[in-house]
Design a protein around this ligand. Structure first.
Ligand SMILES: C[S@@+](CC[C@H](N)C(=O)[O-])C[C@H]1O[C@@H](n2cnc3c(N)ncnc32)[C@H](O)[C@@H]1O
Length: 311
């Protein structure tokens, strides 16, 4: 084993109403790596399939993630030390947050995921070609396995849907991270109820929000429904995301934080042309690709007392 330093990465550009952060040196990177394969072989393995997360596996060797979460790491209220804690990462994909929790000293990290995209929540009438394309992007979860090997990680990945979380089977967790998943679920509040059932400490939800509806409806909880041909369902405004978390049995610990999920090197970026900005949808899609996808962080804990879940 050898210890490597992480790169210091600039955050995405600031934008009015959105928080931005600079990632600290060493944050969000893989710190312990094994010497099992040479650098060239590692680069070839990285290039062999798509990546969702940007992960620095060795100095100067990064995965070309769809998103580079190092740019938001300081906005996420995960304790700096997780020594002695039991942690859960829900919908882990390449494992950025699970490995980050392990890096912070967690005694045990469990990462759950549904590796076969055909088992995700698909609306009726979805095209097989879309399922095949998402299946190719998911690549059977090999990114997690490769990163785990490089890290010499003890994170346990379990093939489990969030809906299947059962405290009698999996136990309770001190800290839970759930990121960019609610958008893909037919029943996000049921999923959050299941998370509440295994949460003895805190929950961080970092999920997609509708920026336009957040601007128009500041206090009223509303959501946009997609549900056409792909596993994209409810996109709430900021008040809606908070309401979902509360309706599932949580109370918020601090005000929600808005951010843009920073695109990584693997994220397709449309060429900037004047016509891209002529329509509302063109402006939204161009901004999303270049500046990041609007998200918000909700920091919560299970509510106790008469309004608690199940009471
Ligand atoms: C958009 S990615 C988000 C990855 C990561 N959580 C993050 O914050 O960057 C969604 C992840 O949720 C997983 N997923 C989809 N349906 C799920 C379900 N019902 N239960 C648990 N995970 C699910 C997908 O396999 C994928 O890994």
């Amino acid at each position: 084993m050898r210890i490597v330093a992480a790169s210091d990465r600039a955050p995405p550009g600031g934008e009015p109403g959105f928080a931005s952060a600079r990632a600290p040196r060493g944050a969000g990177s893989i710190c312990e790596v094994s010497d099992r394969v040479g650098d060239d072989q590692l680069r070839a393995e990285i290039a062999a399939h798509p990546w969702y997360h940007t992960l620095e596996l060795r100095p100067g060797i990064e995965t070309p993630g769809w998103f580079d979460l190092r740019g938001i790491i300081e906005l996420v209220p995960l304790p700096g030390s997780l020594v002695g804690k039991r942690c859960l990462d829900v919908g882990t994909f390449d494992g950025f947050w699970a490995f980050e929790m392990e890096r912070r000293g967690a005694e045990e990290v469990v990462a759950i995921d549904v590796l076969d995209p055909s088992r995700w929540d698909w609306p009726a009438g979805s095209d097989d070609a879309v399922i095949t394309a998402i299946n190719a992007r998911k690549a059977g979860g090999v990114g997690f396995e490769l990163t785990s090997r490089e890290l010499g990680s003890a994170v346990q990945r379990r093939p489990l849907s969030v809906y299947e979380l059962d405290p009698d089977e999996i136990g309770q967790f001190d800290h839970i991270y759930l990121g960019s998943l609610l958008l893909h679920l037919r029943d996000p509040v049921l999923a959050l109820e299941r998370v509440c059932g295994v949460c003895s400490g805190t929950l961080i939800v970092c999920d997609a929000i509708d920026a336009a509806m957040t601007a128009v409806f500041r206090k009223r909880a509303v959501a946009h429904l997609d549900g056409r041909g792909r596993p994209w369902w409810w996109k709430p405004n900021l008040a809606g995301l908070v309401r979902m978390v509360e309706a599932a049995g949580f109370e918020t610990i601090s005000p929600p934080v808005r951010l843009r999920m920073p695109p990584g090197a693997g994220h397709p970026k449309p060429i900037l042309r004047p016509r891209s900005f002529r329509s509302q949808i063109g402006r939204v899609e161009t901004m999303r690709a270049w500046r990041g996808d609007p998200h918000a962080i909700v920091y919560a804990r299970p509510r106790v007392g008469p309004q608690a879940a199940g009471s």
